[in-house]
Design a binder for this molecule. Structure first.
Ligand SMILES: [Zn+2]
Length: 224
């Protein structure tokens, strides 16, 4: 149902007064200040708005919509992935908080992220934005890993093989996933390596070369 506000012409209240009533009223939710009153970029704020309501996409949520068959986390062996697992307990997230020296065990839910204990080395004035950015990057990192794992699974199943579509440049990896190509690497002699995008070359790769199905071989832009 759409809502329409009709202001009487004779009404002495200006539109700005209505706006102030809407955004500055006393009836705000308990996470409003945490989500919006800070210096975080809008993309992180919007993500946090979803996160504190446990509305970011996760396996438990997608199962209720019959989009996925189960709630198993795609990154670790846990069989129940919800918003709390993604932000606090999944393998890379837990390691991330541990390195920062923040004990997330004291905070039972993403619904009260503002209760995270602040390490003394982080100024109080910026701690909320710091939490925003941490959660935002944990989320992005998780999605990147899932994308990589998905591509690698397709590679292993023979459905997707590395290829390249345009000429490489010094700054941008132009390798994309197409069928019929592979990498050779000096550190892995006599092996054909497969992968996806700029994650193709092995971390210790040396003089990696992408062999294309219908073009000449070309150097991988990342590996010297
Ligand atoms: Zn996990």
């Amino acid at each position: 149902m759409s809502m329409h506000f009709h202001f009487p012409v004779s009404c002495p209240v200006k539109y700005f007064d209505y706006y102030r009533l809407l955004v500055g009223g006393a009836s705000t939710c308990d996470f409003a200040d945490f989500v919006w009153r800070n210096r975080s970029p809008p993309c992180a704020q919007f993500f946090m708005w979803l996160l504190v309501q446990e509305s970011v996409k996760n396996r438990a949520l997608l199962l209720t919509k019959h989009i996925v068959p189960d709630t198993a986390c795609e990154l670790c062996s846990t069989n129940y992935e919800d918003a709390n697992h993604i932000i606090f307990h999944c393998v890379t997230a837990a390691a991330f908080w541990s390195v920062l020296g923040i004990d997330v065990g004291a905070t039972p839910s993403v619904r009260c992220l503002w209760d995270l204990p602040r390490p003394p080395c982080i100024p109080a004035a910026h701690f909320i934005s710091f939490i925003h950015l941490c959660c935002w990057h944990i989320w992005k990192h998780r999605n990147e890993l899932i994308t990589i794992f998905f591509c690698m699974r397709l590679v292993n199943e023979g459905l997707l093989i590395l290829g390249a579509v345009v000429e490489p440049t010094e700054a941008v990896c132009t390798v994309a996933c197409v069928k019929g190509a592979y990498i050779r690497c000096r550190n892995y002699p006599r092996q054909q390596l497969y992968g996806c995008a700029c994650h193709c070359a092995p971390p210790d790769g040396k003089r990696c070369v992408v062999h294309l199905p219908d073009r000449k071989a070309q150097r991988c832009w990342k590996r010297g």
